[in-house]
Design a protein around this ligand. Structure first.
Ligand SMILES: [Zn+2]
Length: 340
């Protein structure tokens, strides 16, 4: 079964300004990449409505946001709204919901959702960092509502997914694995940050410095695969940020185009084995147009033909061994607490 590509032209109507990094050309580049890998866009997903957003956002924030439909506004210095922005965010949220529904209904095994604005920084009561609505949090909530006992979100965007953690960090039924650049926007996401209350142990943050393909390969084998094998989610969702690419102007991580294919191909394989064979990938950041196009093509190909992964280098694995062991021990403790 070929991956389903969901997108919509309304996502191009969020016009942030010619000098803003989160611009429509990003999505166009991703769509070109997906097309070269043979994916055909499906634009039939309905937009989300107010009641949908209330599943993960406060009513006050949702109403403030909806009041800005068709208008100019700003949620912070860099999160700007123009007349098409709210419609774009509702469409992106609707695509995330539709992706989760198609996977739960067995109509697809892999859904690649190419949308903008991005979403993983949006918290319950505020949008920030280019994000208006937290689409991945919404998709996870929808999967849960439709019967998935547990879901896992793997956030590979270079930035810490603060919003997703703020929304789901207390929920043991949502496992969060977040690989991000240390000390980049926004604050938080430290190794010691492992979720709160009943969710303690179900948030695995791993801040990185200058990580390249070999580092991600070690973390795929050492952290992501073992965590999914222990947790056994019924759906895996990927916050697909391409700003961990070595060419990205906003971050300093060093994944190559091939590295993105290997990483996502590896997560897809782990999803087949341990994740209910349901995978939803949602576009988050990534700001170099050539890297976006090539990496999207690499990811779309990897979903169809999982690439052979080079062996993990023992020296690289050793660098992460202590941190990975601590994160998995926290997950084990959380799982032991969950047992009746
Ligand atoms: Zn990012």
């Amino acid at each position: 079964m070929r991956p389903t590509l969901l997108t919509h032209p309304a996502c191009l109507d969020h016009l942030t300004g010619i000098d803003h990094p989160e611009r429509p050309a990003r999505l166009a580049a991703c769509l070109r990449g997906a097309a070269t890998a043979g994916l055909v866009p499906d634009t039939t997903s309905p937009p989300a409505i107010r009641a949908d957003l209330l599943r993960v956002h406060d009513a006050g924030y949702v109403d403030r946001l909806l009041a800005l439909a068709g208008a100019h506004g700003a949620l912070d210095d860099e999160t700007l709204l123009t007349p098409g922005s709210v419609a774009a965010a509702l469409q992106a949220a609707g695509i995330a919901l539709d992706g989760a529904r198609r996977l739960m209904a067995g109509q697809a095994r892999q859904v690649l959702a190419l949308v903008r604005p991005p979403g993983h920084h949006a918290e319950r009561a505020r949008g920030l960092g280019f994000c208006l609505v937290n689409h991945i949090a919404l998709a996870a909530a929808e999967a849960r509502r439709l019967g998935a006992q547990r879901v896992a979100i793997v956030d590979i965007d270079a930035h810490f997914g603060n919003g997703t953690q703020a929304i789901h960090g207390a929920d043991p039924r949502v496992l969060l694995i977040d690989l991000h650049e240390d000390d980049l926007f926004p604050p938080g996401g430290s190794l010691a940050d492992r979720g709160v209350d009943a969710g303690e142990g179900f948030t695995l943050n791993l801040p990185l410095l200058g990580a390249a393909d070999r580092d991600y390969r070690a973390l795929l084998a050492g952290l992501i695969e073992p965590a999914l094998a222990r947790y056994r989610p019924q759906m895996v969702l990927i916050s697909l940020g391409f700003d961990a690419h070595q060419a990205d102007p906003l971050a300093s991580l060093r994944l190559s185009t091939r590295g993105f294919g290997e990483l996502v191909g590896g997560i897809a394989e782990a999803t087949r084995q341990h994740g209910g064979d349901r995978l939803l990938l949602l576009l988050e950041g990534g700001y170099d147009l050539a890297a976006l196009e090539a990496s999207t093509a690499a990811v779309a190909r990897a979903l169809q033909h999982p690439p052979a992964l080079p062996a993990v280098e023992p020296g690289v694995a050793a660098v992460y061994a202590r941190r990975v062991a601590a994160a998995l021990a926290a997950l084990d403790a959380g799982l032991a607490r969950e047992e009746p």
